[in-house]
Design a protein around this ligand. Structure first.
Ligand SMILES: Cc1ncc(COP(=O)(O)O)c(C=O)c1O
Length: 331
């Protein structure tokens, strides 16, 4: 992703903390595409990033900038993937990492942080409560708070997905992009990149993709707010851990992207998410994160309802690798 360094807020290259993240492949699922009659299905596979998810982009950027600013210690609330990524990048940068994670997160996410030398704090609640605790730690210890959108740099790393999509499609864009949405940085970052590229004259402004945010039906605050319902429900932990975000700090920005792109929010049941993981595994030989399976299921439902056409250029952002979630999968 650092090929876009002129567009990233790092001043000196020597501060870069990187494992070679980004420029992930766009692949086709030809077996599934022909099963469902999809003419133009593309999957950008973020699961092959270092530490197994797109979170690597944001944390490569943010830890690099922290290093440049002389930060010695970082703290992050996480649903799993971001915590592992921050721990790894902090290890490379020789910084102290503190990770606050829901107790019910699959074991691999926890062990990974510890293997990277981070201090792991488990919390009996969802990521919003972990966020309050991380903020307390930051104010008591002076650690840099890496919480989603409370610092400006993770978004900058994640926006590189938008640059790559355009570059890989020869400076054109898909008709519709499906993104699994928790805190929303991926969605907001991609949209930011599209606007920057319009300003640069790299892409035409006429036709930006429709952005579809996808959530689990048991934790769908963006869906509720987008549809004019108050965000007061009790939400639960999804098997797609990254979607278990009951309160997105960047909700206004998420809604703005959806409105500007004429997009919408889809929800998927827990049952269908797990079914999607199994279907993709058996048909395409890829064990993807349940967050990625959620968008596949949302696409199928929207095709069935006639909300997306089989002819459209459809891009699914598979945000993560399924290996860390094994205990969430029934076998
Ligand atoms: C695999 C995966 N997909 C999607 C998300 C949601 O990302 P965002 O918070 O950028 O909306 C997460 C967040 O933890 C995740 O780990």
């Amino acid at each position: 992703m650092w090929r876009y360094r002129e567009m990233l807020p790092l001043i000196h290259d020597e501060n870069r903390v990187s494992f070679g993240e980004g420029m992930t492949p766009i692949i086709s699922w030809s077996n599934l595409a022909s099963r469902y009659g999809l003419e133009n299905l593309m999957i950008k596979d973020e699961g092959i990033n270092p530490t197994g998810s797109f979170k690597a982009r944001g944390l490569s950027m943010a830890v690099s900038k922290a290093k440049e600013l002389g930060v010695k210690s970082c703290v992050i609330p996480t649903a799993g993937n971001a915590g592992g990524a921050m721990s790894a990048y902090c290890a490379q940068a020789a910084m102290k990492a503190t990770v606050v994670m829901p107790k019910n997160t699959p074991r691999m996410f926890k062990e990974e942080c510890e293997m990277y030398g981070a201090e792991l704090i488990l919390f009996d609640g969802l990521i919003d409560e972990c966020g309050h605790y991380a903020a307390e730690i930051a104010s008591k210890t002076g650690a840099f708070n890496m919480s989603t959108l409370k610092e400006p740099y993770r978004l900058e790393g994640k926006k590189t997905m938008g640059y790559e999509i355009a570059e890989q499609l020869n400076w054109t864009l898909p008709d519709v992009i499906f993104y699994p949405t928790g805190g929303g940085t991926g969605l907001i970052g991609i949209w930011k990149a599209f606007h920057e590229m319009i300003e640069l004259g790299w892409i035409a402004p006429e036709k930006l993709p429709i952005m579809i945010a996808v959530q689990s039906s048991i934790c769908a605050p963006v869906y509720d707010i987008f549809n004019g319902r108050d965000n007061v429900k009790k939400y639960s932990m999804s098997v797609a851990n990254g979607l278990s975000v009951p309160k997105a700090f960047g909700i206004d920005m998420i809604i703005n992207v959806l409105n500007e792109s004429k997009g919408s929010v889809a929800t998927v049941s827990e049952h269908n998410i797990l079914q999607g993981v199994a279907e993709i595994g058996a048909a395409e030989g890829m064990l993807i994160a349940p967050e990625g399976a959620a968008i596949w299921e949302a696409l199928k439902a929207m095709i069935k309802e006639g909300l997306v056409s089989r002819k459209e250029k459809i891009m699914l952002l598979n945000t993560g690798n399924g290996f860390k979630y094994m205990e969430n999968f029934p076998r």
